[in-house]
Design a protein around this ligand. Structure first.
Ligand code: IPT
Length: 997
C-alpha cells in the first residue's frame, strides 16, 4: 500500500499541493456535515468578483495567501463560476468525456499538467456582526480539490465537488481587511471518484458564504415525518448546545407549539390529521425551530416511505416513477445554479407528466430540492460518485473495493445525506453511479441505513442485491424487463446466479436509466409503460436524460452553436454523447418528450362501445382537478365541441361515461378527440393545460378508390404534358408554373444517433456477422446513401405516362425496380409509384420513399398545411404523441434542430398536403397504410455530412419527401435496437397520390 503524508486534522497544518493531490483522504479541517438550513443567523455572501490567476500546473509556490503578493494584475473571475467558461479561452476550455478518464489511470495520481486556479478576495465583516459568534466559512461546491487560507493561515482543504464543506474560521477572521485565498486544482485523487458522463468544469461553481454561528444557535435540525391513517407525526432531531435551549418547534397551521426545555426533552410530536405530501399533492407546512439565538425555517411534508415485499410504497401506496435523470447543466453557466432556469425546467417537467427525478450523478444545488418539495417530485438523491473508467480494465484497482478510499466514500455519503435529509421529496438515497461494486459501497449503504432508516438505498451496480433495497438496472430491453417483472421463466438476471436472481425478484424493480434520449428518439416508451401496468413489481424508471449539455459557443465567423465533445479541441473526448436529452440545449422540448408526456399520462382515456373509460393511474390524487373536453372534426376541421362531466375518480379507479352522439360526415373523416385538462390553475400550468388525450375514429366507411385503368403503352420520347405536369424523357420537370423534379427513389435517411449506435440488441442485423455493427454502417456499406438510377423504359398512352427505373449502388447486385405511372383522369393528375426490391438486400432500410425537388427559382416553399398526424414528427415506434388533425408549419418548424443534424420531420399517415404552389392527396395502399411526408432544405446526404446545424450548406432548394414507410427509432445509441415490429425490412411498397395546382 502506498504511504502518503497524512493530512492533519489540525486546521492550519499545510501539506504541499503535490502530496495533497494524490491523497485519498477527503478533506482536512472541514467541519462535520449538517443540513443546508434556512436560518436567521447573520451571514455574508462572498459571491461576486474575485481576483483570479490560472497556472498550467499544480506545482506552484504557496504564495496565494500572502498578504504582500500583488494580485493587481490578475484577472477577475466571478464566484460562482467555472473558469473554463470565462475569459474567452484565456482560462482553458471545457472538456467532455463519458466513461474515459482524461488522464492516465494510475490511482491516486494525476498528471503534473493540472490547471490550477488561485482565487483571492478581500472582505470586511458587516456592521452588526455578532462579535461572540463562531464564524464558519461555507463552500457549496468547488471542482475538484481546493485549499483555503484566511489571512495567510491555511484553514483546510477539501474534495467532493458537488458536496458542501464548512470550515471554522473564528480564530482567523477579523472585523476588517480579511484576505480569503483559495487554490483550486482541476485534477486530484478525487477526480477518480467523479467520472460522471458530463463536462469537466473546474472552479468555485457554487456559493461561498460566511455565517455567524451563535453560541445559543441550532447546529443542525432534522424534522423527519411520518404519515399513516390520515395522521402525521414529526420525529425531530435537534443538534444544539445547552445554551440554545429551550428550543421551540412551531407549525402554526397545525397548531403545534412544542417547547423542549433541554436536549433530553426532544421527542416525537403527534400532529393529528394532516394532508400527506406526495409528488401529486405536494402539501407543505411551514415550520420553525427557535432556539435562544437562532430560528430555523423549514417546510414539512408528511409521508412514509416503505418497501413491502416487491412493492415500493409511499403512504402505503405503490409509486410508479415517470422520471428523468437530471444533470445540472446550462449552456452558458455550466453547473452554476440558476434558480429561475431550474424552476422553469421543473415546471416543464410537470407539464410533460414527469413525476420523478434522479439527481444523476451527484447532489444538485440544495435549492433544487426546495423546488422539488414545492412543485412535487419523487426524488432519488444520488451521491457524488462514479468510477466508470475502471470498467475498461475489468474494474482492476477500482476505488470502490480499495480500503484506501473507504473514508472518501463514507465522507461523500455523509455529506450527501446530512445536507439534504429534511426534504420530503427525497424518497431514496443512491450511492452513486457506475462504480463497480465493493466493500466501500457496502459501507456507504450501511451508514445510510443506520443514519436514515426512513429511506431505502439504491445503487444499480449492486446486481446481486447484497447491500441495497431495490433491484435497479439500466437500459434492459423490453423482454428482459418483462422477465424481471414476472417469475414464470425465472430467466437469469445480469450478474446473478439463479438463486440471486430469484432474490432480486423479491424486491421492487426500477429502471434507473432507460430510453436513451439522444438525438431523434427514443422509441418504445409505450412498450416499457405497458410493462409497468401489467407487472406491479416494476415501478417505472428514469429516462436518460432530461437535457442536452450543449455549451453555447461561436465559430470563428461568430455563428453561435451548441458545442459538444471535441468542439474545444479535446484530445480525448466522447463527441455528442453529451447531447442525449429530452430537452435541447436551448430549452426546446423534443418530440421525444412529447411522446413521453403522452405515454405517461396520469389518466388513461379509452373507448369501449359508446363509452369513454377514464382510468386514474395516479399514486393517490383523484381526478377532481381535471375536466374533460370533446371536439369533433371532419377532415381536421372542427364540427362540434363540448365538455363531458367528469365524476371524481379516485386513484386506481375507473369510471365509464356515455359519449354524446357524434355528427358523422359524408365523404370526410370524422374524429372525436377527448382531452383531460386542468380545471384550475396550478403552480406549474394554467387552467386548460392538456394532461391526457385520446382519439376515436368515427368515420363513415370509406368508398374504395377505383384502381387506374389498363392502358396500351407505347415508347415515349421528348417533352410530354399531362394537364399541369410537364415531363422531359419521362421525368417530371414542372407542375403548374413551378419547376418540380422527381419522383426519385430515396432509401437513405441521415442516420439518427440511434441508427449510428451499436450497443445491445442487434435486431437490424441479418446474421451473426453484423452483430455489434450499427444500422447506419450497414446502410453505408450497401450504398443506400449513394444510389444510382437507370431509366429502363419510358412509355406513354392516352392521358398516361409510365417509367421503369432500376436503382442500385456501385458494386452492388441488389437493386430496386421503381415503376411510376402518371395519369390524367377527368382532369385529375394522379401518380402511382411501385417500389420493388430485388431479393437479397441484407439489412433493414431507413426509409422507402420518393423525393421531389422544388428549387427556389419560382419562389421558395414556405411550409405546409396538412391533414394527417401531427403536430410533431412521429416514427413507427414513437406514435403516441401524434394525433389526427389539420396542422400548419413552416419548413423551419417542420424540423427539430438536434445538436448533430440527423433525420427529422417525418409526419406519418398523411392524407392531404398543401404546399402553396401545389398540393397533393395521398391514398392508402391495399393494406390501408398511408404515407408520411417531410420537407427539408437539405438532402439526407447533406444532413448526414454535417456535424452541427451551422455546418449545413446554403440551399436553394426545398426537398419534399413522400415516404411509404420509415424505420423505427429504437434507442440503440445506448440501449435496445428498434423492436422488430417497427423495423423496416426491404419490401415492396406502393404510393398513390393525386396533385392539385
Ligand atoms: C450510462 C451512465 O450511467 C450514464 O451516466 C450515461 O453515461 C449513459 O450511460 C449514456 O449516456 S452507463 C452505460 C454504459 C449503460
Amino acid at each position: 500500500m502506498l504511504v502518503l503524508p497524512r493530512r492533519s486534522d489540525d486546521p492550519g497544518a499545510s501539506v504541499p499541493s503535490p502530496a495533497l493531490l494524490a491523497d485519498t483522504a477527503p478533506s482536512s479541517g472541514a467541519l462535520a456535515p449538517r443540513s443546508w438550513l434556512h436560518s436567521d443567523a447573520p451571514s455574508l455572501s462572498l459571491n461576486g468578483d474575485w481576483r483570479f490567476r490560472l497556472s498550467p500546473t499544480a506545482d506552484l509556490p504557496d504564495d496565494v495567501a500572502r498578504a504582500d503578493l500583488d494580485d493587481a494584475g490578475w484577472d477577475t473571475l466571478p464566484v460562482p463560476a467555472h473558469w473554463v467558461l470565462h475569459g474567452d479561452g484565456r482560462h482553458g476550455r471545457p472538456s467532455y468525456t463519458n466513461v474515459q478518464y482524461p488522464f492516465p489511470i494510475e490511482p491516486p495520481f494525476v498528471p503534473d499538467e493540472n490547471p490550477t486556479g488561485d482565487y483571492r478576495r478581500r472582505f470586511d465583516l458587516p456592521a452588526g456582526w455578532p462579535v461572540d459568534a463562531r464564524v464558519v466559512l461555507r463552500f457549496d461546491g468547488v471542482e475538484s480539490l481546493y485549499r483555503v487560507w484566511l489571512n495567510g493561515v491555511e484553514v483546510g482543504s477539501a474534495s467532493g465537488s458537488r458536496l458542501a464543506h464548512e470550515f471554522d474560521v473564528t480564530d482567523r477572521v477579523r472585523a476588517e481587511g480579511n484576505l480569503l485565498a483559495v487554490r483550486v486544482h482541476e485534477w486530484s485523487a478525487a477526480s477518480y471518484l467523479e467520472d460522471q458522463d458530463q463536462w469537466w468544469l473546474p472552479g468555485i461553481f457554487r456559493e461561498v458564504t460566511l455565517t455567524a454561528r451563535p453560541a445559543d444557535g441550532v447546529e443542525d435540525v432534522w424534522l423527519r415525518t411520518a404519515f399513516a391513517d390520515g395522521v402525521g407525526t414529526i420525529l425531530p432531531e435537534v443538534t444544539a448546545p445547552e445554551p440554545a435551549f429551550p428550543v421551540t418547534l412551531r407549525v402554526p397551521e397545525l397548531g403545534v407549539e412544542t417547547v423542549w426545555a433541554t436536549p433530553a426533552d426532544v421527542a416525537p410530536v403527534a400532529v393529528g390529521e394532516v394532508d400527506p405530501w406526495t409528488a401529486e399533492t405536494p402539501r407543505l407546512y411551514d415550520a420553525t425551530v427557535t432556539a435562544q439565538g437562532e430560528t430555523i425555517t423549514l417546510r414539512l411534508g408528511f409521508r412514509t416511505v416503505e418497501i413491502r415485499g416487491d412493492r415500493f410504497l409511499v403512504n402505503g401506496r405503490r409509486v410508479v416513477f415517470h422520471g428523468m435523470n437530471r444533470h445540472e447543466t446550462h449552456p452558458v453557466r455550466g453547473r452554476v445554479f440558476d434558480g429561475e432556469h431550474a424552476r422553469a425546467d421543473l415546471i416543464r417537467m410537470k407539464q410533460f407528466n414527469v413525476n420523478a427525478i434522479r439527481t444523476s450523478h451527484y447532489p444538485p444545488h440544495p435549492r433544487l430540492l426546495d423546488l422539488a418539495d414545492e412543485l412535487g417530485f419523487w426524488v432519488i438523491l444520488e451521491c457524488d460518485l462514479e468510477t466508470h473508467g475502471f470498467e475498461k480494465a475489468g474494474w482492476r484497482d477500482n476505488p470502490s473495493d480499495d480500503p484506501r478510499w473507504r473514508d472518501a466514500y463514507l465522507d461523500r455519503i455523509r455529506r450527501t445525506v446530512e445536507r439534504d435529509k429534511n426534504h420530503p421529496s427525497i424518497v431514496m438515497w443512491s450511492l452513486g453511479n457506475e462504480s463497480g461494486t465493493g466493500a466501500n459501497l457496502a459501507a456507504m449503504s450501511a451508514w445510510a441505513h443506520d443514519r436514515d432508516p426512513g429511506r431505502p438505498v439504491h445503487y444499480e451496480g449492486d446486481y446481486t442485491g447484497e447491500y441495497t433495497d431495490v433491484y435497479s438496472r439500466m437500459y434492459s430491453s423490453v423482454p428482459e424487463t418483462e422477465q424481471i417483472g414476472t417469475d414464470g421463466s425465472l430467466a437469469p438476471l445480469l450478474g446473478c446466479t439463479p438463486a440471486q436472481g430469484a432474490r432480486q425478484r423479491t424486491k421492487p424493480f426500477i429502471l434507473c436509466e432507460y430510453a436513451h434520449a439522444m438525438g431523434n428518439g427514443p422509441g418504445a416508451l409505450d412498450q416499457y409503460e405497458a410493462l409497468v401496468d401489467a407487472h406491479p413489481r416494476l415501478h417505472g424508471g428514469f429516462v436518460w436524460e432530461w437535457r442536452d449539455h450543449g455549451i453555447l459557443a461561436r465559430t470563428a465567423d461568430g455563428i453561435p452553436f451548441y458545442a459538444y465533445g471535441g468542439d474545444f479541441g479535446e484530445v480525448v473526448h466522447d463527441g455528442n454523447f453529451v447531447m442525449d436529452g429530452m430537452v435541447l440545449s436551448n430549452d426546446v422540448p423534443t418530440p421525444g418528450l412529447h411522446e413521453f408526456k403522452a405515454v405517461a399520462q396520469p389518466v388513461a382515456l379509452t373507448f369501449d362501445g359508446g363509452e369513454l373509460v377514464v382510468t386514474n393511474r395516479r399514486h393517490s390524487a383523484s381526478t377532481a382537478d381535471l375536466a374533460l373536453r370533446l371536439t369533433v372534426e371532419h377532415d381536421g376541421r372542427e364540427a362540434a365541441s363540448g365538455t363531458l362531466d367528469l365524476p371524481v375518480v379516485e386513484a386506481g379507479e375507473s369510471a365509464r361515461l356515455p359519449l354524446p352522439a357524434v355528427p358523422v360526415a359524408e365523404g370526410a373523416e370524422t374524429w372525436l378527440t377527448v382531452t383531460a385538462v386542468l380545471a384550475a390553475d396550478t403552480a406549474w400550468a394554467p387552467t386548460g393545460h392538456v394532461v391526457a388525450r385520446a382519439q376515436l375514429d368515427r368515420s363513415a366507411p370509406r368508398r374504395p378508390r377505383p384502381g387506374s385503368r389498363a392502358v396500351d403503352w407505347r415508347e415515349a420520347e421528348g417533352t410530354l404534358t399531362l394537364g399541369p405536369a410537364t415531363f422531359e424523357r419521362g421525368r417530371l420537370v414542372s407542375l403548374g408554373r413551378r419547376a418540380v423534379a422527381g419522383p426519385r427513389l430515396e432509401l437513405f435517411r441521415a442516420p439518427t444517433d440511434n441508427d449510428e449506435g451499436a450497443t445491445y440488441g442487434d435486431l437490424a442485423a441479418s446474421d451473426a456477422s453484423t452483430v455489434g455493427v450499427s444500422s447506419a454502417s450497414l446502410w453505408r456499406e450497401q450504398g443506400l446513401d449513394r444510389l444510382t438510377h437507370r431509366v429502363v423504359v419510358v412509355h406513354e398512352a392516352d392521358g398516361a405516362l409510365r417509367t421503369i427505373t432500376r436503382v442500385s449502388a456501385a458494386n452492388s447486385v441488389d437493386s430496386v425496380t421503381v415503376e411510376t405511372v402518371w395519369t390524367l383522369d377527368e382532369g385529375e393528375l394522379g401518380l402511382r409509384v411501385e417500389i420493388q426490391p430485388s431479393s437479397g438486400w441484407p439489412s433493414v432500410w431507413p426509409r422507402i420513399g420518393v423525393r421531389f425537388d422544388l428549387p427556389d427559382g419560382d419562389g421558395a416553399v414556405e411550409g405546409a398545411e396538412w391533414f394527417g398526424t401531427g403536430p410533431l414528427e412521429s416514427y413507427p415506434d414513437s406514435t403516441r404523441a401524434a394525433y389526427v388533425g389539420r396542422f400548419r408549419a413552416t419548413v423551419a418548424e417542420l424540423k427539430v434542430e438536434y445538436a448533430r443534424p440527423q433525420e427529422t420531420g417525418h409526419r406519418a399517415a398523411v392524407r392531404e398536403v398543401d404546399l402553396g404552389a401545389f398540393g397533393f392527396t395521398a391514398f392508402p395502399d391495399s393494406r390501408g397504410r398511408l404515407p408520411g411526408f417531410s420537407l427539408s432544405r437539405h438532402t439526407p446526404q447533406q444532413v448526414a455530412a454535417a456535424g452541427h446545424p451551422h455546418e449545413l450548406p446554403e440551399s436553394d432548394t426545398t426537398y419534399l419527401f413522400v415516404d411509404a414507410a420509415q424505420h423505427g427509432l429504437g434507442s440503440r445509441a445506448c440501449g435496445p435496437d428498434v423492436w422488430p415490429e417497427f423495423a423496416l425490412r426491404p419490401e415492396a411498397r406502393t404510393l398513390r397520390l393525386t396533385f392539385h395546382i
